[in-house]
Design a protein around this ligand. Structure first.
Ligand SMILES: Cc1cc2nc3c(=O)[nH]c(=O)nc-3n(C[C@H](O)[C@H](O)[C@H](O)COP(=O)(O)O)c2cc1C
Length: 176
């Protein structure tokens, strides 16, 4: 698949086969993530790899009982390093850039995973306080997303996207 096909066909996968991903594959996924652009090349991201069953269950509960997360062989928790973001760009670094940077890294990871036949789902709905406790995060490490990863056990339909015409504006914003 070329890049457009990868972007077009990637789906959120919420059912996984139990097969574990190799450590080489996990390193490749993070390598894809850290190839993303970041403001000033600060790279204010951290990746916590979870294989332990009890921790996966705790994370799934922290994600408002999205228990499918615990069925993935691996979860990568993508975090923003607020200290690095703040040192480089102050409030804008903390409130905007590090979120954009980690989001770009996550999307790279999801696309690379898909290109290797690995399913993933971007999980944003979780209690940050609870995840901080589970993973013993210091206050300057903000969990941005949980990414369950595993070989897919489902092939979902593509959810409908808005039409291009409804979201493209030429020269100035117009309410459509
Ligand atoms: C910021 C963000 C947060 C999301 N949070 C969740 C979530 O908590 N649980 C979930 O099942 N999917 C979550 N998703 C996945 C979306 O539901 C999914 O991307 C969307 O429905 C489009 O489907 P697709 O990924 O298959 O194209 C999230 C996606 C993003 C980008």
């Amino acid at each position: 698949m070329n890049l457009m096909e990868l972007m077009y066909n990637r789906r959120s996968i919420r059912r996984y086969k139990p097969d574990m991903l190799s450590d080489d594959t996990l390193y490749e996924l993070v390598k894809a993530a850290v190839s993303a652009p970041s403001a000033g090349n600060v790279q204010p991201w951290e990746f916590i790899i979870i294989k332990e069953r009890d921790i996966k269950i705790a994370l799934a509960k922290a994600a408002y009982n999205q228990m499918f997360i615990a069925e993935a062989p691996v979860i990568i928790v993508v975090c923003a390093n607020l200290l690095e973001a703040s040192r480089a760009y102050g409030e804008r670094g903390v409130n905007l850039y590090c979120i954009q940077d980690t989001a770009a890294a996550i999307e790279n990871m999801l696309l690379y995973a898909f290109s290797k036949g690995i399913g993933s789902c971007w999980i944003g709905a979780f209690s940050e306080k609870t995840v901080e406790k589970i993973l013993s995060l210091p206050e300057f490490i903000r969990p941005v997303a949980l990414i369950p990863l595993g070989y897919p056990a489902e092939t979902p339909e593509k959810p409908v996207r808005k039409s291009l015409n409804s979201v493209i504006h030429f020269n100035s914003f117009r309410v459509k």
